[in-house]
Design a protein around this ligand. Structure first.
Ligand code: 2AM
Length: 190
């Protein structure tokens, strides 16, 4: 018996969603290149270049009818465009992820996450209680050791917006679809 194909994400009753910042192609290329370098040492599965991102808040699986409330929560966030300096690459032993990020959490990024979490909590959405670990996953299932290293030169990532993304998990790797973006406004408090 053949199984009917899964419905397209937009036709499903539930959506797996998260807020993120998504790099422009030129930045994604550099991040991807760093992943390639690390892969030589650690092995593992490289994330596709067009899927590289930094998650600000992971919501998870929600009824699709709640998406408007999620959008309304994001509408409350005010931030000014900023540059995120990615200057570090490392591997987490506990989950075998190789990631790129920053040695310190930039104030603007922290503010964005704090505002988002607060608006999400007000909207009745689950909020991550663990400390925010700003990272772009480059490799999964990376079993070899990778000494944490500085990126020289660092990658200067201009952040002009944040996005709401729907994830469609597939055996060959998740597919992502941007549902909406919120641009930063110069002069906004962040
Ligand atoms: P990861 O790369 O560290 O796995 C889409 O799955 C995005 O949401 C990824 O950036 C992923 O982070 C993050 N994510 C997935 N599940 C999560 C969870 N339970 N808590 C926080 N972030 C999660």
């Amino acid at each position: 018996m053949t199984r009917p194909p899964d419905p397209a994400p937009a036709a499903r009753l539930r959506a797996r969603v998260f807020f993120a910042i998504w790099p422009a192609a030129v930045i994604a290329r550099r991040l991807h290149k760093e992943g390639e370098r690390a892969h030589g040492l650690t092995g593992g599965r490289r994330m596709r270049r067009d899927t590289l991102h930094l998650t600000l808040a992971f919501i998870g699986d929600i009824p699709r009818e709640r998406l408007d409330a999620l959008r309304a929560a994001a509408d409350k966030v005010a931030f000014a465009p900023f540059t995120f300096r990615v200057d570090r690459i490392a591997r987490w032993r506990h989950n075998h992820i190789v990631w790129a990020g920053a040695s310190g959490l930039p104030e603007e990024l922290e503010s964005l996450v704090t505002q988002l979490n607060s608006a999400l909590a007000d909207g009745g959405f689950p909020v991550e209680r663990r400390n925010f670990a700003a990272h772009v996953t480059l490799l999964r299932n990376a079993r070899g050791e990778l000494p944490a290293a500085e990126l020289a030169p660092p990658i200067e990532w201009p952040v002009g917006e944040f996005v709401l993304v729907e994830s469609d998990p597939r055996p060959e790797g998740a597919q992502y679809r941007v549902l909406q973006s919120w641009p930063g406004v110069f002069g906004s408090q962040s």
